[in-house]
Design a binder for this molecule. Structure first.
Ligand code: SF4
Length: 379
């Protein structure tokens, strides 16, 4: 089937329907699915080695019972306090987020918005039932209020469409949103955060690409911020999809978390960034895993994470190491710059409090730490 002929195929939402997964493994995880949803595309299921418990792609999507035992909260970056009107977050002066949908092509087990994938079991259920567009939801397709906010805030010069995955919207819905956002005269860049190129590249049809291109002008581009996490996701199908976007004038970048067992090997991390750069997808952010309930198994201590990144960077050319290593803390986006013999150096890349902008922070090398609350408190 060509991309032009692509029709959405049903997502796999039951582990019992995954070809190659032993039935006893599916049964062992049924309790997890009552709390957190499972979802995967047939395409991505075909990339996974279901017989290998350590397969990095399997770790990305496979529910594990550890997800039920974590004691972290659901909103590690305190997004609730950044929400100005329904479906719009505004944390840094020039940037606003529109959260359009809570659906993704597949659900990453490490997602920091794992609260969007909470299951529908009545015992664990925390999302509102019934009306998909009910007021309690953090996402909305009705951007009337968000648009009003954008028009009233001339300091905002770029908007990130996010969720969930905006490329899961129908082309007509997406076109309507893009057209509306382009009515705001001070918006230059529109960014779309999406893992669809990795999870379901055939969804990037020529028709969808044309819609994105219509919202992209020479002086006000549309960017797709891809989410490739492992080099095996850069398949011929995925790269054909990203090439369609590039040919239409869409700017492509990539961001991904650094994840234990998935891309925490310096050779693999370097291969991912090298192949991204070679394919014209600019490495942008490498995130520390945000401590979210259910994803603790993916987190790496700060000193270990820095060591992995340093080793990977030593293998990379300039274009491949354009990424910044950052942690999206409640107080701002904090970049991990490097280390001296005794200290790790960090800096506010984007600060919630303007007084913190570009402020340097330090942390003793080797002192155990997986998240930055203590760094912020100590500085
Ligand atoms: S695609 Fe993005 S938003 Fe969706 S589950 Fe994965 S990390 Fe979360």
């Amino acid at each position: 089937m060509t991309a032009r002929e692509h029709r959405p195929v049903a997502a796999i939402r039951d582990l019992a329907h995954v070809d190659g997964l032993p039935p006893e493994e599916a049964r062992a995880r049924s309790a997890v699915l009552r709390e957190f949803e499972f979802r995967i595309t047939p395409y991505y299921a075909g990339l996974v080695d279901w017989s290998d418990p350590e397969d990095p792609l399997r770790l990305i999507v496979m529910p594990e019972v550890e997800e039920l035992s974590g004691d972290q909260h659901f909103d590690p970056s305190d997004e609730a306090s950044n929400t100005r009107v329904r479906g719009l977050q505004h944390k840094y002066p020039p940037t606003a987020l529109l959260l359009l949908t809570d659906v993704c092509a597949a659900y990453c087990r490490f997602c920091f918005r794992k609260r969007f994938t909470l299951g529908t079991d009545p015992v664990h259920h925390v999302r509102p039932e019934g009306d998909l567009d009910s007021a309690e939801r953090e996402t909305t397709l009705d951007i009337t209020e968000g648009l009003r906010y954008l028009h009233a805030h001339p300091e905002i010069d770029n908007v990130l469409l996010t969720g969930g995955d905006p490329l899961m919207l129908s082309p007509s819905r997406l076109a309507a949103v893009l057209t509306d956002v382009r009515t705001v005269p001070h918006i230059g860049v529109i960014r779309i955060g999406s893992k669809v190129p990795a999870f379901d590249p055939a969804r990037i049809t020529p028709a969808l690409t044309r819609i994105l291109a219509l919202a992209s002008r020479v002086d006000a581009r549309t960017h797709v911020m891809c989410h490739f996490t492992h080099s095996r996701e850069l398949t011929p199908e995925a790269l054909a999809a990203t090439t369609r976007l590039q040919d239409a004038g869409i700017v492509l970048t990539n961001q991904t978390p650094l994840l234990r067992g998935v891309n925490d090997d310096p050779d693999e991390l370097a291969l991912l960034q090298r192949r991204l750069a070679a394919n014209g997808i600019a490495p942008y952010y490498l995130f520390l895993c945000r401590p979210t309930r259910g994803n603790e198994r993916f987190a790496l201590p700060l000193t270990e994470a820095l060591g992995i990144v340093t080793a990977a960077r030593a293998r990379l050319n300039g274009p491949a190491k354009r990424f910044r290593v950052v942690a999206s803390h409640a107080t701002g986006k904090i970049e991990i710059l490097g280390r001296t013999r005794d200290e790790i150096l960090l800096r506010y890349h984007e600060a919630r409090d303007p007084a913190d902008q570009d402020r340097l922070l330090t942390w003793p090398v080797g002192r155990p730490l997986t998240w930055l609350d203590e760094v912020v408190a100590a500085n």
